[in-house]
Design a protein around this ligand. Sequence first.
Ligand code: HEM
Length: 224
Amino acid sequence: MSGILNSSIGRKFAMALSAFFLMIFLVQHFAINILSVFSADTFNEASHFMGTFWVVQYIFQPILILGVIFHFVMGMILEIRNRNARKIAYVKNNGNANSTWMSRNMIWTGGVILLFLGLHFYDFWLPEINTKFIEGDMSGTLANGEYRYFEELQHKFVDVWRVALYCLAFVFLALHLLHGFSSAFQSVGANNKYTRGLRGFGKAYAIIIPLGFIFIALYHHFNH
Ligand code: HEM
């Protein structure tokens, strides 16, 4: 593994693989969260399953967290190496000539997503760990026997500032994904007759998923 990560192509390849993994996570995260718009009970059931099934808790969750850390650290390394390799800095106001704003600012859009994750973990993940492992309520039920997930979700989106911060972060997520998707395909060498179709799919993904998250946040803000 360290051999692969010692070469520039190896590092880009590993970065792309971690990106695909996170993109798959994002789809499943969206699929569960969108349930909250249609049925509180179904959302509760799905969250309860994810929150208590040992494979998810003790295998997928640690892999996911390592995946996020790896993607972040690797992104920093690639950025620093690119900057050092680029002896003469880009002429800033001529940047549009050969690259997009998104491609030149992946480190910043990624940084905003990381800040969002800090807030998001504070909002949802820490209370979850607290309820399950500190208070010891592994089954995740309220006093009246119902699951608590939907109620907690709605409660979080009452505050207009939190909703605004979340929505802003989702816009940055879209910008990050707009370049990230095509860049990741480039890094794994998927430059063939499917490229056009893949590019279209990547653009759709990068816009639909963040828009969907914006919809969920706004929906719960206006319907509680
Ligand atoms: C409206 C949008 C969103 C809602 C309502 C939401 C909701 C949640 C909830 C309820 C949890 C707690 C899961 C648990 O029980 O541990 C969670 C965890 C998490 N969310 Fe989100 N989320 C949203 C958007 C996002 C986005 C855009 C990302 C990534 C950029 C993200 C990344 C994560 C991660 C990494 C976790 C920790 C997963 C784990 O439990 O291991 N979320 N989210």
